[in-house]
Write a protein that binds this ligand. Structure first.
Ligand code: PMP
Length: 367
């Protein structure tokens, strides 16, 4: 992924899903200090005092207790996914994903020599009958899902679907890797709790990250699972060799968790992103009317827009760039080359006037 801080000011690039640099909490990291214990090799599952602070914050946010010994620190979600591939994957194995899915996760699975098989989803997440059939047919090593404010569709799986999904995973023992990176970035309504908090008999790994809720440059995230799953990750050669991840970064974030500054920052982000989501949604609605279908986002980073006439949006991408706006064609998010009429638009990076302008530019090419 290109470093987006240097992105051209001419092009309004809604293809890239990253936080607005103007909203990064620089002030909160001005007076950072680190003590000697954080400069030593750390505990394999990550610093215990930080995990305790994180567990306590997550318990509040999820409305249900999270135990520190069920958390393991990572260098963000991407690193966690890579560790998942080491623990659960192997070259030649099959991985099931949603159709559409987070395209870089699919790239990562392919880089590890795994076969990616896409299973259809609807407005409530994965289609369970299709998933069960695929589990039967492919005997996959795991199923990768983004249950809350899905990338790219923005869909959130309701409680009943989560119950049924975890029950299916318990019955078949097909591991679920739940990328919950947008879980805490809700606008009005909290999503149901992460999948790792449903049933200890189901092999579920939930992945969290500070990238979207504080700052991606921290490279700080976590894995949540049963103690058995956490110790499986904790005993990986990577951590036996180099010790637990992010000892220094976690030391910088810990006071913010404890003194409430993190919560304040996050509430501000929720407010601003919610306004931006509304702004982009309403601008698109006004510009395209009946030509498109969208679901109004209630969290996360994305609007998934589909043209009802079935046109292939990638045919318009060059012209859109000429007009000064870019989007992510849906097809890139589909293992089956589907979703040609859809595009993913990120509302997080730009201000409301810029989002309106981006919409005008899109309309000049596509409406
Ligand atoms: N998973 C999903 C679904 C994402 O959207 C992203 C960021 N685009 C990532 C993982 C990467 O997150 P991190 O910065 O924590 O590695």
């Amino acid at each position: 992924m290109a470093p987006q801080v240097t992105r051209s000011s001419q092009l309004l690039d809604l293809a890239v899903g990253q936080p607005d640099p103007a909203l990064l909490p620089v002030d909160q990291f001005q007076n950072c200090s680190v003590n000697a214990s954080r400069l030593a090799y750390g505990e394999q599952t990550g610093d215990a005092s930080f995990r305790k602070a994180l567990a306590s914050w997550l318990s509040e946010d999820y409305g249900q207790p999270v135990h520190a010994d069920r958390l393991l620190l990572t260098n963000g979600s991407s690193n966690a996914l890579d560790m998942v591939c080491t623990q659960f994957g192997r070259p030649g194995a099959t991985v099931l994903v949603e159709d559409p899915s987070y395209f870089i996760a699919m790239d990562l699975f392919r880089e590890r020599g795994m076969n990616v098989v896409a299973v259809p989803m609807d407005d409530e997440g994965i289609n369970l009958a299709a998933l069960e059939q695929a589990i039967d047919q492919y005997q996959p090593n795991f199923f990768y899902t983004v249950p809350s404010f899905h990338n790219p569709t923005g869909v959130t799986q309701p409680l009943q679907r989560r119950n049924d999904l975890v029950a299916l995973c318990a019955r078949t023992q097909c591991p679920i890797i739940a990328d919950e990176i947008y879980q805490s970035l809700y606008f009005t309504q909290k999503p149901p709790r992460p999948l790792a908090m449903f049933d200890d008999d189901a092999p579920v790994v939930s992945i969290g990250s500070f990238s979207k809720i504080l700052a991606p440059g921290l490279r700080l995230g976590w894995i949540q699972g049963t103690e058995a799953i956490v110790s499986r990750f904790g005993n990986a050669a990577l951590l036996r060799s180099g010790g637990g991840l992010a000892p220094v970064t976690s030391a910088l974030v810990e006071p913010l968790l404890l003194n409430g500054e993190f919560e304040q920052t996050l509430n501000r982000l929720r407010q601003i992103y919610s306004e931006r989501a509304d702004c982009l949604y309403h601008s698109l609605e006004a510009a395209f009317g009946e030509q498109i279908h969208m679901v109004r986002p209630d969290g996360g980073f994305f609007i998934w827009l589909s043209f009802v006439d079935g046109r292939d949006v990638s045919n318009y991408q060059e012209a859109a760039k000429q007009a000064g706006v870019n989007f992510l064609p849906g097809q890139l998010c589909s293992e089956n080359n589907g979703f040609q009429s859809s595009m993913r638009l990120c509302f997080a990076w730009y201000s409301e006037p810029q989002l309106q302008e981006a919409c005008n530019r899109l309309a000049s090419v596509l409406a």
